[in-house]
Design a protein around this ligand. Structure first.
Ligand code: IMP
Length: 186
């Protein structure tokens, strides 16, 4: 089967393709930008994005909204992750973390699939923010995040390895499971 993924983020697209293609699902990218509202939760951002996109796209599609939540910064940047990444970047987060003892953080990913109604799938991975950037794979905040139980950052992992434990990998796992139970392969 084919699934339309509305995203302009190459990293997200590649992760979804690597996860779903061995399951026989071809991911087709649609690069339409849609409004991302300022809300308190990623779920609200996704619900709004889907409700806007469903009037602009024919047929089923999915989107992914993610964020990095740093405990020692009271959950910042969280829902503001995209803006903070664009304006402050990894260097900015490292600077904000100077002198902050609690370096625990988690990534959360929310996938919204629309097929006439909205289905939400989520994934969370806990870890910590390290003191410097490491690795050149991945994207976004990957170089400063080390998942729990590992010593490598996400940016030091191949996509397959990151997908096994990451927020997006876990959300994709839930999504794939749901598809298996709810759709017949075509
Ligand atoms: P959005 O989901 O497009 O709103 O992106 C949120 C921000 O978090 C962007 O700046 C992304 O680069 C970053 N981000 C989302 N997912 C990941 C990830 O898997 N690793 C690192 N950064 C991420």
């Amino acid at each position: 089967m084919r699934l339309v993924f509305v995203t302009s983020n190459r990293g997200k697209l590649e992760e979804a393709r690597k996860y779903l293609s061995p399951l026989g699902i071809e991911v087709v990218q649609k690069s339409i930008s849609y409004p991302e509202i300022q809300a308190n939760t990623l779920e609200e951002v996704v619900a709004f994005g889907v409700s806007w996109l469903r009037d602009h796209i024919t047929g089923p599609f999915f989107i992914d909204d993610s964020g990095l939540f740093v405990e020692g910064l009271n959950g910042f940047p969280g829902v503001y992750s995209a803006y903070v990444y664009k304006t402050l970047g990894n260097e900015g987060i490292l600077k904000l973390m100077e002198g902050v003892e609690d370096r625990r953080a988690y990534f959360k990913s929310v996938i919204g699939y629309y097929d006439g109604e909205l289905h939400i799938f989520t994934g969370v991975v806990h870890g910590k923010i390290i003191n410097e950037k490491r690795g050149d794979k991945g994207f976004g905040f990957d170089p400063i995040f080390v998942p729990e139980g590992y010593s490598k950052t996400f940016a030091e992992m191949e996509i397959e390895e990151k997908n096994k434990i990451s927020h997006r990998g876990l959300a994709l796992k839930e999504f794939a499971q749901w598809l298996k139970e709810n759709l017949k392969k075509d």
